[in-house]
Design a protein around this ligand. Sequence first.
Ligand SMILES: [Zn+2]
Length: 66
Amino acid sequence: MRVQKELSFRKAMAVNKVVVFKRGFTYPICPRCQVTLEREYVHYCDRCGQCLCWSGFSKAEIVKKF
Ligand SMILES: [Zn+2]
């Protein structure tokens, strides 16, 4: 089980949510730990190390935060 969990971090997860703040700043959200990523198109989440896939990012769901 432990091995499977480690492998799941290496398998890319699609980034499918983006937060839009009031001033127009947008931040993608890590699909694993839900933290906002500081930059787009990074290969790994800074926080949890999840490998990220950006192929569907243009269709990401927009989550507004004000
Ligand atoms: Zn993460």
